[in-house]
Design a protein around this ligand. Sequence first.
Ligand code: FE2
Length: 383
Amino acid sequence: MEKAPEAFRTISEVADELDVPQHVLRFWETRFSQIRPMKRGGGRRYYRPDDVDLLRGIRHLLYGEGYTIRGVQRILREHGPRFVQAVWQEGAPQPPVGRGTEESPEGERGRFGLWPAMGAQEPEDGGGEDDESSGSDDQVPHMRLGPPPKAAAPPDLKESFNWGADVPDDHPYVKAGYRGYGKNTVPPVPGFKDQMDEYAGAMRKLGDLLLELVARSLDLPDGWFKPFFQSNGGKLRMIKYPPQPQSAQFNQLGAGAHTDWGAVTILAQDEIGGLEVRNVAGEWIQARPIAGAFVINIGDLMARWTNGLYNSNLHRVRNNDTARDRYSIPFFYDADPTGVIEAIPTCVSPDNPVQYPTCSANEHIADMFQRSYGYRPGQAKAS
Ligand SMILES: [Fe+2]
């Protein structure tokens, strides 16, 4: 019997309900043949409740349990879709832990084993690798699982020093309360401020060049992004990761899995290593340090701007060195807070209609903040 129409969900409703971007849902469909939403006129997808449960189970296994795509394919093969449709529910049977294979010696989960569920939250005084001006509030779980308090992960194992755009108190951005603008705290170290400003300036120039490359890749004029980066914004963070202590809590890392919030991140890392990035196949790969090279991350703002064409991939850090601290210096290149961010026209097509509402860059950051913390910056925190 045909189910009532209200039982069906569109892809945008499912994306909202599961907090998983539409392009990821479409990607999963190419990897898991068991996902079969009904398709009607123009290829529009309609998801039945069972389809949504299956997606929920896949999300749970990938992002809650840290399985790779291949691992989830095996579970679907061996246990069937019904098992996966239920696996996300509390108390439901879970798959037995898979063994490593020659292809994937570390098994079907990430190298760190069970990594923090997306939705990993940190206390506001934590300090994330790529949060911005204060604490770790710019760490966003790209596809959040469950209610934040329940999914909370232990705080990251690191300490950091932040350096923002240094502007006077009467600057309009400061008056407007935009995060990341104001007076920096300068420690009493000779030459400190000059060095920080010089390095941040160099990173802005490099950021502009990277944005020119992005523009070129999208068939836009080289200077297309430049009007959005006029305020000498962007934030530097100097981070120290101590060796992973034996006393670390379950799932406690130097930096839990997260995406960056801004446009692009330029990361300088030392030779210790420990940064991993998650590729589109759901596998964690090591970003081994290369002397003299930066790691470039695409942030959520760019994913939004490009309508999902560019992906802000997850990454995480654990210092596996037993004796030495790991140091890294990310520069988060963010657009001016008042810039209007709408899907870039060359990134929109009938196959890829606009996925995100137009907003200002500041609203984007506020959205990310809310998604992580359940309230908007400047608002009272719900008790
Ligand atoms: Fe990051």
